[in-house]
Every structure is written in structure tokens, then in C-alpha cells.
Design a protein around this ligand. Structure first.
Ligand code: AMP
Length: 220
């Protein structure tokens, strides 16, 4: 049995064409079904529906053989910024070029970010991405107080919880709707395939087949 861990939403939808290229069709829609283990047209391939931030954990500990998740999630899980080293036991063979976005710093339109940074004042930053935010501001020599949130980061500067947020930005519409502006582009993000290293050894042929099919289906 080959087990693939995916999260619902954009990653799930953008992974379907890649799976199809590998001859795999998921037979249930995670938006309609409450099932967490989805069957496919291949009796020996199944899909787990997990939270994006749990994908590296499932793959690292062998609950899934493969998983797909964003570079943001992998860095928060302990991968270095260059993407070479994974968490222990995680092999990262492919950038799938899906669910592309960027991770940025945003502030209220009336907040003078440039002066705050220049004057060396302590910046209050709300984010789900504390590892990325810590490393980014440390490299700039900016002192930050990090406030960990799990969602709706855009609210924090609006109610005075923070001066800035570090969040994923795709179209920029969410920032605009909340009168926030992007002041720093930290890095580009896309989703990556991660593979359990022990599973790759034990089930080499079927896993290699999936990796190769994904590799040839990646959008140029
Ligand atoms: P947008 O309004 O298109 O800039 O999207 C921003 C919102 O969508 C923010 O709340 C982000 O956290 C979320 N978001 C954007 N891109 C992604 C992605 N690739 N994966 C997960 N969440 C995302």
C-alpha cells in the first residue's frame, strides 16, 4: 500500500492533475465526504486528508509514505531555507510548482514601517510562521516580539495586537480588503513533494514511479 498525505483546498485541487499523470484518480471529494482516508482507482494507493501543517509529521513518522505541502510549512517544520535538508527522515525530491504564493511582511497603510525598522524600535509581529519571521528579522537586525496566531493574521494590526504580520500572499486581495500593505517580500513559496526515506527504500519501485510521473507532469 502507498499512502499519500494531502491537505484540502488549493493543494488538493492542484495535485489532482499530477496524480492523473501517474494514473491515479481519487474516487472521493474531500469537500463533500467526511472520510479522512480516500480511496483511489489503484487498490494499492490511498490518500490521507490532513492539515497542511501536519503533512511533514505524517510523512516523517511513516503514517504516510509521501506528502505534498508548502515550502512555508516545511521550513516551520525544521527544513532550512534553501530546502536542501528536510526534517530527519524526510526526502524532498521535487518542487511541484503548485499552490504558488509568497510570504511577506504587511502593515496598516498608516504605519511607518521604514522608520520603525530604521530606528531600531521593537516591532510587534503577528504570524503563524514564527520560524520564518524570526529568521528574517534576525538577519535584518530588527528586534521583534513574535505573537503566534493560527489564522486571520490580517486582523492583528487592525485591532492593535501587532504592528505587522508575516503571512502568505497570493493575489493581495485579502491585504487590500483589510487596508494592509505589503512592505517586504520574504520569499516565494510553492508546494513540494516529500517522501519518507525508509518507505522509499522499502517500496522503491511504486514510489519512484509516482515521483517520475509527477516530475514529467510539472508545469514548465
Ligand atoms: P490573497 O487574498 O489571494 O492574497 O490570499 C491571501 C490569503 O490566502 C491569506 O489569508 C493567506 O494565508 C492565504 N493563502 C494564499 N496563498 C496560499 C497558499 N498557497 N496556501 C495556503 N494559503 C494561502
Amino acid at each position: 500500500m502507498i499512502t499519500l498525505a494531502l491537505s484540502k483546498g488549493r493543494i488538493f485541487e492542484e495535485t489532482m492533475p499530477l496524480l492523473r499523470a501517474a494514473g491515479i484518480e481519487v474516487l472521493e471529494d474531500p469537500e463533500k465526504s467526511r472520510k479522512l482516508i480516500l480511496t483511489t482507482n489503484q487498490p494499492n494507493v490511498r490518500v490521507l486528508v490532513v492539515r497542511a501543517s501536519d503533512v511533514p509529521t505524517y510523512v516523517q513518522y511513516g503514517g504516510a509514505d509521501l506528502g505534498i505541502t508548502g515550502k512555508d510549512t516545511l521550513i516551520e517544520h525544521g527544513m532550512d531555507w534553501s530546502g536542501t535538508a528536510g526534517g530527519s527522515g524526510l526526502y524532498q525530491p521535487l518542487d511541484l510548482q503548485i499552490a504558488k504564493c509568497r510570504i511577506s511582511v504587511a502593515v496598516r497603510a498608516d504605519f511607518d514601517y521604514a522608520s520603525a525598522v530604521k530606528q531600531g524600535s521593537r516591532l510587534k509581529v503577528a504570524t503563524k510562521y514564527v520560524a520564518i519571521a524570526r529568521e528574517f528579522f534576525a538577519a535584518k537586525g530588527v528586534h521583534v516580539d513574535l505573537i503566534k496566531l493560527y489564522g486571520s493574521m490580517e486582523l492583528a494590526p487592525l485591532v492593535g495586537l501587532s504592528d505587522a504580520i508575516v503571512d502568505l500572499v497570493s493575489t493581495g486581495n485579502t491585504l487590500k480588503a483589510n487596508h494592509l500593505i505589503e512592505v517586504e517580500h520574504i520569499m516565494d513559496i510553492s508546494s513540494r513533494l516529500v517522501v519518507n526515506q525508509a518507505a522509499l527504500k522499502l517500496k522503491q519501485a511504486p514510489i519512484r514511479k509516482i515521483i517520475d510521473a509527477f516530475a514529467s507532469a510539472i508545469a514548465p
